[in-house]
Design a protein around this ligand. Structure first.
Ligand SMILES: *[C@@H]1O[C@H](CO)[C@@H](O)[C@H](O)[C@H]1NC(C)=O
Ligand SMILES: *[C@@H]1O[C@H](CO)[C@@H](O)[C@H](O)[C@H]1NC(C)=O
Ligand SMILES: *[C@@H]1O[C@H](CO)[C@@H](O)[C@H](O)[C@H]1NC(C)=O
Ligand SMILES: *[C@@H]1O[C@H](CO)[C@@H](O)[C@H](O)[C@H]1NC(C)=O
Ligand SMILES: *[C@@H]1O[C@H](CO)[C@@H](O)[C@H](O)[C@H]1NC(C)=O
Ligand SMILES: *[C@@H]1O[C@H](CO)[C@@H](O)[C@H](O)[C@H]1NC(C)=O
Length: 672
């Protein structure tokens, strides 16, 4: 039989009653080989196949108990004296990290074969914070404590103590032994080395003695811990003996290899056949790799960690920044290289497109004021959202070629930028804003006739440049007051080439989608779908009337939403022969009447419904400069006023062209 389990019962006084106190009981376990061990286990305790009593495994915050299954009689009577007892055992504590202590273990005498309320870690599975120190516990233990717990008055994290009803030891000593030369040798409980412990209680003298020694050494002569304490009030008549252990949050295992317990016997050396004890599992003698790694590299890791975090932070910042300022650049754009601006520069120029810098917003997008740090130049940035990339290439190409034009009455295009789904057009900043602000709704700043005439002349010469002087014919297609900008000297400058079309001189204009702004739209263009220079002249004519009359091209006159066309209105005044009555009251009285009359007539002529009747921009300039006489209006056939009114009649609400929809559509559809 493998089990080296032995119970020897001596009946000293056979004749005496059954309640005799002289029963000698001895248990000897040279290993706990199953199946017949008479040991009951609780918690995470197990008995290994080769006979090790393994109190704990590497589960954290758990307890493990092992008790001899039968009660042991410690007293003859409930109030009697406690008999002498002796015990010895061989144990081994294996800590995963040899320098960090985990829970310890204890030999225990308890009223029950289990300690269900024992807490983990520093409580060793014996007691808990509530019942610790309570005399009703009836618990005696010798602790092998590897935790220094302040609340339990522990001396260090490697000590042996005698515990009575409390984990606050009645006496304790640092783990170790006195050798033959009377020298004290420290022992480390968690050193993974097998050690033996002896505990003796003398029922007569009430002395409790504890000694320990390394495995296979003899029991030291000099005691480690000793105290005189009568246990008769602590131990009940029948008690259970065994072991208790608990884990904390470090990995550790507790083993009992062999155990001998005797009660009542004469003081004689206990016998454990050390050579027959079971073999411990083989552990890697080196500490776990990750542990040594950490130990060796910790200073370096912490040294590197801070710069590493900084680098990560920096990279994140840069990536975000890069994404924020990401632009699109396609092959075909390289030819426009110098007109291409960096989004980052525009972003900083406009202070991040802050609302504070918003100049205005229209169908085209929002316009922001900015200051280019590099060129020390004030700019206006127009952000055009671009939902479809179709036609964008052509658009950019046109924008850029227009950017190459230079005329003092054109708003200079500084460049453009393209990113994700938007296009940014950058123009010179015009400090005085757009012309429409000076015309309607009792403006704060009123332009006198001289200023207005200068604006008209400027726009006319710009338009002449576009139509005839530049290498290609440029049809602006969106001449209107809000697209005329005033520079610091109140020169009129034509801006916003969002709808402009280029074609070669002498070529036939292509049929296109009708675009423009309602009120400035040439009825002929609407009918035929062909945009010509005369289309621009028509809008210019409306603009002339607007500037002189201070009225919008189309006005709603009463509650019934009746619209009045400015052209119609001025025409009416002309028929009645009091053309000057059409002028803007804000104009004051200091003006050249003939000049004003001439401009009004020119406006009517330019906005004639029949394109061939309209003058060219060359002629317009000549009239304005007085180099030619305006022909007599009565020679022209204005009779077909139906034609004139065609604008309002032919246009139903459904084909009203607001600048918003038309421009956006034009850019995005590429249908130009
Ligand atoms: C317990 O010990 C008794 C001897 O006292 C023995 O007869 C019995 O087989 C043991 N029980 C087990 C389960 O080993
Ligand atoms: C420890 O033992 C308990 C009970 O035998 C078991 O449930 C648990 O899985 C074990 N833990 C480890 C880490 O082996
Ligand atoms: C306990 O021991 C003391 C002496 O050590 C003795 O006087 C006393 O009678 C004993 N008590 C019992 C109940 O045996
Ligand atoms: C402590 O143990 C006692 C029994 O001895 C039990 O009643 C109590 O609930 C336990 N307290 C805790 C906090 O576990
Ligand atoms: C000790 O425990 C008992 C029973 O568990 C309880 O009635 C008593 O109040 C406790 N005493 C102290 C001081 O906690
Ligand atoms: C033994 O341990 C004690 C307490 O930890 C310490 O003060 C002493 O220096 C140690 N002695 C040796 C020889 O290591």
């Amino acid at each position: 039989m493998l089990v080296k389990f032995l119970i020897i019962v001596f009946l000293s006084f056979l004749s005496q009653s059954q309640k005799s106190s002289s029963q000698v009981l001895e248990l000897t376990y040279n290993g706990f080989r199953p199946p017949s061990t008479n040991i009951s286990i609780q918690g995470i305790a197990t008995i290994t196949p080769n006979g090790l009593l393994k109190l704990t495994n590497t589960s954290m915050q758990r307890t493990g108990h092992a008790f001899y299954t039968k009660p042991i009689r410690f007293k003859d009577s409930p109030n009697g004296n406690v008999s002498s007892f002796s015990t010895t055992f061989v144990f081994d504590i294996h800590s995963e990290i040899p320098t960090l202590s985990s829970g310890g273990m204890a030999f225990v005498i308890a009223p029950n074969p289990g300690l269900p309320f024992g807490s983990t870690f520093q409580y060793l599975g014996l007691l808990n914070v509530t019942n610790n120190g309570n005399d009703t516990n009836h618990v005696f233990a010798v602790e092998l404590d590897t935790i220094m717990s302040i609340e339990l008055n522990d001396m260090n994290n490697n000590h042996v103590g005698i515990d009575i009803n409390s984990l606050i030891s009645v006496k304790s000593s640092s783990a170790g032994y006195w050798d033959e030369n009377n020298r004290f040798n420290n022992l480390t409980l968690i050193s993974r080395k097998r050690m033996q412990v002896w505990i003796d209680y003398d029922g007569r003298t009430h002395r409790i003695d504890v000694t320990m020694a390394p495995f296979s050494e003899n029991k030291p002569r000099k005691l480690l811990v000793s105290i005189v304490r009568d246990l008769s009030s602590v131990l009940l008549q029948d008690m259970f003996v065994g072991f208790s252990s608990a884990t904390g949050s470090m990995l550790s295992e507790h083993f009992v290899l062999g155990w001998n317990f005797r009660v009542n016997g004469k003081a004689q050396p206990l016998a454990l056949a050390l050579s027959k004890l079971p073999i411990l599992p083989v552990w890697d003698s080196k500490p776990p790799r990750f542990y040594s790694f950490i130990k060796n590299w910790m200073p370096w890791i912490s040294l590197l960690l801070i710069p590493l975090l900084l680098i990560i932070f920096l990279v994140r910042f840069l990536v975000r920044r890069k994404r924020k300022f990401a632009e699109e650049l396609e092959d075909w754009e390289t030819e426009f290289g110098k007109n291409r601006l960096r989004f980052k520069d525009l972003y900083y120029a406009t202070k991040g497109f802050k609302d504070k810098n918003l100049l205005g917003s229209g169908g085209f997008g929002r316009v922001y004021r900015g200051f280019m740090l590099k060129t020390k130049k004030e700019i206006a940035v127009k952000r055009v959202s671009n939902e479809s990339r179709q036609g964008l290439k052509e658009f950019v190409a046109e924008i850029v070629s227009i950017g190459q034009m230079s005329h003092r009455n054109l708003v200079p295009l500084v460049g453009y930028c393209r990113r994700r789904d938007e296009l940014l057009l950058v123009y010179d900043y015009m400090p005085n804003g757009s012309l429409d602000k000076y015309l309607y709704n009792s403006p704060e700043v009123r332009l006198n006739w001289k200023q207005r005439f200068k604006v008209i002349n400027g726009v006319a010469s710009a338009l002449f440049y576009l139509h005839e002087e530049w290498e290609q014919v440029v049809i602006h297609r969106d001449i209107k007051a809000s697209n005329i900008l005033l520079d610091a000297e109140y020169n009129g400058r034509l801006g916003d080439f969002g709808l402009a079309r280029l074609c070669d001189h002498g070529s036939d204009p292509q049929t296109t989608r009708v675009v423009g702004t309602w009120g400035y739209l040439d009825p002929d263009h609407v009918r035929t779908g062909r945009a010509t220079t005369a289309t621009d002249v028509f809008a210019f004519g409306v603009l002339l009337l607007e500037v002189v009359c201070g009225r919008r091209p189309i006005e709603i006159v009463n509650e019934s939403d009746d619209t009045v066309l400015l052209v119609e209105l001025v025409f009416g005044f002309w028929i009645e022969g009091k053309l000057l009555d059409a002028t803007d009251p804000n104009l004051g009285f200091e003006y050249d009447q003939r000049e004003v009359e001439m401009v009004l007539k020119l406006g009517l002529l330019c906005s004639h419904s029949d394109p061939p009747a309209r003058p060219t921009m060359r002629q317009v300039l000549q009239y304005l400069r007085g180099d030619a006489m305006l022909p007599d209006l009565s020679l022209f056939d204005f009779r077909g006023s139906e034609k004139m009114l065609g604008i309002s009649h032919r246009f139903s609400e459904s084909c009203m062209f607001t600048s918003r929809s038309s421009i956006a559509y034009s850019i995005l559809s590429g249908g130009r």
